[in-house]
Design a protein around this ligand. Sequence first.
Ligand code: ADP
Ligand code: MG
Length: 261
Amino acid sequence: MAVLSVSGLSKSFGGVHALSDVSFDVEAGELLAMIGPNGAGKSTCFNCINGQLKPDLGSVRFGEHDLVGRSPRQIWRLGVGRTFQITATFGSMTVAENVQMALISHHRRSRALWPLASSLYMERAHELLSAVGMQDQAERRCNVLAYGDLKQVELAVAMAHEPRLLLMDEPTAGMAPTERIELMELTAGIVRERGISVLFTEHDMDVVFANATRIIVLNRGRMVAEGSPADVRNDSMVQEIYLGAGSTFRAQASALEAADA
Ligand code: ADP
Ligand code: MG
């Protein structure tokens, strides 16, 4: 069953066709990776889904709702969560307070309650922090955390909103390779457990092949391939695109094949 159905999505900026007639579904419980070289249209696609941009053409169906024309806040309220490329935590607040704040916002309680009720949602916040492996750092201020730890807090904040679909545009940008794999494995475990679907972009093919259940490939605003990680890895057009962009895709693909054999 499709959680999200994108159909005929197009968006131009002046003469640049950032997205041309892109259609795909995100199925329940899947981790769908959207890959493609820089400028392929991935962020534009995410922004058309989350309401930051209005597509020129096409529809984005989420359950019974058409998301096109709704504000980012309305879309987020309907259950489309996202993590941010620039971390969106309050630096002077503690890790636990950031998650509590997200819970207060999710349950539409007034932030004015905050000074009176710092114990509000404490237990739930700690549950979420333990799910992302950050319970030990619950009382630290976010502005002293390592970057990778902040990403884990961000995931807990996103989960506080109980999304049905999570959009992650380059969630591991700026992280070391081992940290990237860990963050996506953590994400995969949490979303599987809760039955949440994920659409993510990622440059690191090791992370993509390790965690995606399915992959779609964009190039110059068009969808050029779609399939299982094995199919996409062996797709000659995909290898061409990545070679053309000067990437080590083919080397990575054959290394993975060797590892599988
Ligand atoms: P990706 O995320 O795959 O790297 P983007 O969606 O950011 O690609 O960009 C797709 C194309 O659209 C690029 O050519 C980019 O320069 C252009 N583009 C994206 N956003 C804007 C914008 N706000 N104004 C003008 N051009 C844009
Ligand atoms: Mg992008």
